[in-house]
Design a protein around this ligand. Structure first.
Ligand code: LLP
Length: 427
């Protein structure tokens, strides 16, 4: 999202998230500050469930916690009927704490340690394995009743190179021939219920892609069924539903994506004799991305070979621009409409030249103390943050109507000190 539209509004030049003015939030909670719109998250959950279950009633929605793990958001998403995709033991714990039943949790991790596999086994979640290596190790730990494998179907997409998760260069999943072997081992070792999974790329805006990838996965499932005589209880087509970050981009047509996936199921499931599987998806970004904003205050303006606007957010709390050269739209509170703009680089306080949240960006004339709202910060924003340069992570606030609740405190030096240990000989 890159325009002032729900959950944002322009009220006499002032920016509101739902019914709360961003300058009030900045005053009360300080900056940098992550702010999320609860209604927007709920809307996205309902849109997804509506679009998919309309065409395929045996639909199981899951939320990929890695996009944003705040427990308050997990509660909201759970209350809309979502289970979770967990990538490690802590995300299983967070899912359970948010009220999910173990069978509502799909546990998809690559490169899991034995203790991590054991943890999933003990909790009774749906084990989604990444390789033969994992089923061999599970044989020693205990084989669960339900086993799924992540497939690399050799079809991939992704907004940027770093967001492509299948194909020749991907570390994830197993290829079709290995998959037959893997399910064979699982079956022999005692697994009785099966799933199949893919996650081929993130931030995909082309609705037709989802049907094409689903067809590929179903064909692979069909081949496995034929060779081993197993049927699949769950067919998980992953996440990847994209959102727009830049002006000019065309929104994903969710309805068309859902219809395409469901049509592939309706056609190929009977044809390939795949039984009566559930369709599972596990989006992260689509649910939380556009609901989130990072508020940041301008504290310095430097005119050098370029004009640098120094703000209190940076790559430590929003890594995407530094890591992927990702575009995040920015508006200036109180200057939402402007004619005479200027090109600036919006830069953070971290000692890296990649700490630039926007480059050569046309913004209104900015002064000290101005408040900026960075868009699309709800997914892979806070969750990819760090304490680099001994910077604390921001607080997080959840807005619902006219109410703003603190859902994570701002970090402090004492949090840092609580984790570090000084040996007695150095005291
Ligand atoms: N399922 C699995 C197994 C995943 O690994 C992921 C994301 C998802 C689901 C959710 O994907 P989504 O619906 O959000 O596309 N750091 C990157 C995104 C990496 C996504 C990693 N896996 C970014 O900032 O854009």
């Amino acid at each position: 999202m890159f325009t002032i539209q729900y959950p944002l509004s322009d009220r006499k030049g002032k920016l509101f998230i739902e019914d709360v003015a961003v300058d009030m939030l900045a005053k009360e909670f300080k900056t940098p500050l992550y702010v999320y719109s609860e209604s927007h998250i709920r809307k996205r959950c309902r849109d997804i469930i509506g679009a998919f279950s309309k065409h395929y009633p045996r639909f199981l929605p899951r939320y990929a916690i890695k996009a944003n793990n705040n427990p308050a958001l997990l509660r909201v998403i759970r209350s809309e009927g979502f289970g979770f995709d967990a990538s490690g033991p802590h995300e299983i714990e967070l899912s359970l704490a948010a009220g999910a039943h173990p069978s509502d949790i799909i546990y998809s991790g690559n490169n899991h340690r034995n203790e991590e596999l054991q943890f999933g086994l003990d909790k009774g979640v749906l084990m989604n394995l990444d390789d033969l290596d994992q089923i061999e190790r599970l044989k020693k730990l205990g084989v669960p009743d339900f086993v799924s494998f992540r497939i690399n179907p050799m079809i991939a997409a992704g907004d940027i190179k770093g967001l492509v998760f299948a194909g020749a260069d991907a570390k994830f999943g197993i290829l079709e021939d290995k998959a037959v072997e893997a399910y064979g081992i699982a079956k022999e070792a005692g697994a009785r219920r099966f799933g199949i999974h893919m996650m081929t790329g993130s931030c995909v805006l082309d609705s037709a892609y989802f049907a094409a990838a689903t067809e590929k996965l179903l064909m692979i499932a069909g081949a496995i069924r034929k060779k081993l005589g197993i049927t699949f209880e769950v067919i998980d087509v992953g996440g990847g539903l994209g959102v727009t970050y830049r002006p000019g981009e065309k929104d994903l047509e969710l309805e068309a994506a859902a219809r395409g996936v469901a049509e592939a199921f309706s056609r190929l499931v009977p044809e390939l004799e795949l039984g009566n599987p559930h369709l599972m998806i596990e989006p992260g970004r689509y649910i939380v991305c556009e609901a989130g904003f990072l508020l940041t205050r301008v504290h310095s303006i430097k005119q050098a070979q370029k004009r640098f606007v120094g703000v209190d957010a940076g790559m430590h709390c929003l890594l995407r621009p530094a890591l992927y050269d990702a575009y995040h739209h920015i508006v200036v509170d109180g200057k939402l409409a402007f004619r005479d703009g200027e090109k600036v680089n919006v830069v953070g306080p971290v000692c890296e030249n990649t700490d630039q949240l926007a480059k050569d960006r046309e913004l209104p004339r900015i002064g000290h103390g101005d408040l900026l709202a960075i868009f699309n910060a709800g997914a892979y924003g806070f969750s990819m943050g760090s304490n680099y340069n001994t910077r604390e992570m921001p607080a997080e606030v959840l807005v619902h109507g006219a109410v703003a609740d603190l859902i994570r405190k701002r970090e402090s030096l004492s949090d840092f000190q609580a984790m570090t240990v000084m040996p007695a000989r150095l005291q």
